[in-house]
Design a protein around this ligand. Structure first.
Ligand SMILES: Cc1cc2nc3c(=O)[nH]c(=O)nc-3n(C[C@H](O)[C@H](O)[C@H](O)COP(=O)(O)OP(=O)(O)OC[C@H]3O[C@@H](n4cnc5c(N)ncnc54)[C@H](O)[C@@H]3O)c2cc1C
Length: 582
């Protein structure tokens, strides 16, 4: 279906409620208007998109009749508890680093260090790069680069404590559990530590490793670390997992007040015994792995990202302190303004684990006279934003089907999407003719990062104005964001603004023009990212073709709007309504 043609007036509200790659893969660019769905083993195959889990199977997860991956891991830990208890100290302790690339406040690393010190044996850090995982997760080259640069810093910091960091690349991700065990055996380590990653494949991998290790007298019980409150710890009065943020957040706050130890920070590891350098000499000069061919950046990009996002936990901690001191108080008031920098831009550091969410909350709480939810509105709001990160991870753990290309609400599966390759490309390139959308998409391409407000605007634009499948946007974001995080990204695309907003079955349709005028009132953000519009004065910059600046825009090659917002909005609402009726 052709996109609706643009009308000249645009009168809807700021937010509408209705009851009702640059490195992209070629197959995504093909239009497939008549999607065919077949069911096999509970997986819906579409010929235009990767497999999607069936609604029945999703329901089984929701009902608890299908074992969740977290339960598989818990079961493996329970089943092996006795075997693991009898394990005696070996000649070393291993901490397996994943997305927890820091020394400060790293729960599993701290525990590993304690066991090593109690037994006067050395601690060894391990990191395995898995190109297959990076491809499967659509990790952006910018995030791979930040990870590798962070590893370099981490290696230096560990070396100061006489702790080696052994790193290697493993092409096949299936081999990783066996390889980790093999290395433990080689180093005669009987205790392995690691923090839990909550995505489906990672939980299953760790469950396998727990059993493998126990069979070979190695104790491995992965640790909860990445969330402030452990997934599964909060449930409603009916004993159910919250599906709505606000009551969940109340419960999150209450939990932390009752369990203040959840906000205790772990110390960094102590130094290795003096003879560790001799005993493990071959592990100290390990090279940081190279990025896989499909994840490399060119020289100019490498330099740019290094300048924008210097690596390591020292940088992250400095940014945190600076933000809390200088911007924290004004956060509530300023956070949605897209020009300038009013948010922390810490998301890349959370994504690679250079900073813990606990550390962020504790630092803001301290600045807020030790309160989580009263006193300064700025700090309270910022803490509640960091909590969103926890919330989406809790959702992922309880409803793991979100990993299978599924939106949160099964009924939204029936929405009829469009697959127009040209419209998708215009969105990616920032050439839609909607200045705020284009500025944001160009910010993403240049910085591998985008402001939260504009993430909401461009996701709404892709899925409502262009009616394109939200999964295309979700994937494009992962492929390009330096802070790509499965749970938060899916939360933004498949849980919230893109497919509907809880708790009511209504849909937000952002009006790009209203968003632009409200959150970039002087057009500073637009002029910064869209040079074709730099010469356009005043409010015309928000909508040049409708506000008498069309000639200048055209002269500088800025495109006309590719769709009519009002008509697109009506089409989207119709599509959503009819999907709910199905
Ligand atoms: C469509 C869409 C996709 C998104 N994809 C990602 C993603 O891949 N990775 C990611 O980290 N965030 C994602 N977000 C959430 C949010 O946009 C970013 O976390 C935020 O913009 C990062 O900037 P900041 O560090 O300056 O945040 P601040 O405003 O300083 O907030 C502090 C921290 O709180 C957390 N946070 C804030 N808002 C959210 C939110 N809405 N959801 C989850 N956590 C939040 C982040 O960890 C953030 O670093 C997405 C949002 C949308 C709407």
């Amino acid at each position: 279906m052709a996109p609706p043609k643009r009308k000249t007036s645009d009168t809807d509200n700021d937010v509408e409620n209705s009851h009702a790659s640059k490195r992209g893969r070629p197959d995504l660019r093909q239009p497939h208007p008549n999607a065919r769905q077949t069911e096999e083993f509970g997986i819906v195959q579409r010929d235009f998109y990767p497999p999607e889990m069936s609604n029945e199977r999703c329901q089984a997860y929701t009902d608890g009749t299908l074992e969740r991956p977290i339960e598989t891991l818990e079961k493996a830990c329970r089943d092996t508890a006795q075997q693991r208890r009898s394990v005696t100290a070996g000649r070393a302790v291993v901490h397996w680093f994943k997305r927890d690339l820091r020394l400060h406040d790293n729960r599993a690393l701290h525990a590993a260090s304690q066991v090593a010190r109690d037994n006067q044996i050395p601690l060894i850090g391990l990191y395995i790069l898995s190109p297959e995982d990076l491809t499967a997760h659509s990790t952006s080259p910018a995030q791979v680069d930040l990870t590798l640069r962070t590893l370099r810093r981490l290696q230096r910091d560990l070396a100061e404590l006489d702790i080696p960091l052994y790193m290697e690349t493993r092409e096949k991700r299936k081999e990783i559990p066996n390889r980790v065990l093999e290395l433990c055996q080689k180093w005669e380590a009987r205790h392995l530590f690691g923090n839990i990653e909550y995505e489906v494949d990672e939980l299953r991998r760790d469950a396998k490793l727990v059993r493998l290790c126990a069979g070979q007298d190695v104790d491995f019980e992965p640790t909860h670390d990445t969330c402030v409150v452990t997934p599964g710890a909060l449930s409603s009065q009916q004993g159910r997992q919250y599906a709505v943020y606000t009551p969940w957040f109340r419960s999150w706050l209450a939990f932390l007040k009752e369990n203040p130890d959840y906000l205790e920070l772990s110390e960094e590891p102590g130094p290795n015994p003096g003879n560790a350098r001799q005993q493990l000499s071959d592990l100290f000069d390990c090279k940081v792995p190279s990025p896989p061919a499909n994840k490399t950046l060119d020289q100019e990009e490498l330099k740019r990202f290094e300048e924008l996002f210097p690596a390591g936990e020292h940088e992250a901690l400095q940014r945190l302190d600076k933000f809390v001191e200088e911007k924290g108080r004004k956060y509530e008031e300023m956070r949605s303004m897209v020009a300038g920098q009013h948010t922390s831009v810490l998301s890349p550091y959370f994504a690679v684990g250079a900073l813990s969410a606990r550390m962020a909350v504790v630092t803001a709480k301290r600045a807020n006279k030790n309160h989580l939810d009263r006193y300064e509105a700025g700090y309270i709001t910022w803490i509640s934003e960091v909590a969103w990160r926890d919330f989406y991870k809790h959702v992922l753990v309880h409803w793991p089907f979100v990993c299978m290309n599924k939106c949160f609400k099964p009924e939204h599966t029936n929405i009829e999407w469009e697959y127009d390759a040209d419209l998708f490309q215009a969105w990616c390139d920032g050439k839609t003719g909607f200045p705020i959308v284009d500025a944001a998409m160009r910010q993403l391409r240049h910085s591998a990062w985008m402001h939260n407000r504009t993430r909401m605007v461009v996701s709404s634009f892709l899925t409502k104005d262009l009616m394109l499948d939200w999964r295309r946007g979700e994937r494009y974001f992962m492929e390009n964001l330096i802070d790509g995080d499965f749970a938060s990204n899916h939360g933004g695309w498949g849980f919230g603004s893109s497919t509907g907003v809880d708790p009511q079955p209504y849909f937000r349709v952002f009006n790009p023009l209203r968003q632009s005028e409200r959150f970039d009132p002087d057009g500073e953000y637009i002029r910064h990212w869209v040079p074709e519009l730099r010469d356009i004065p005043g409010k015309a910059v928000h909508d040049p073709y409708d506000r008498g600046a069309g000639k200048t825009a055209e002269k500088h090659g800025y495109p006309k709007p590719i769709v009519d917002h009002a008509a697109s909005r009506n089409r989207a609402l119709e599509r959503f309504k009819s999907a709910l009726k199905k």
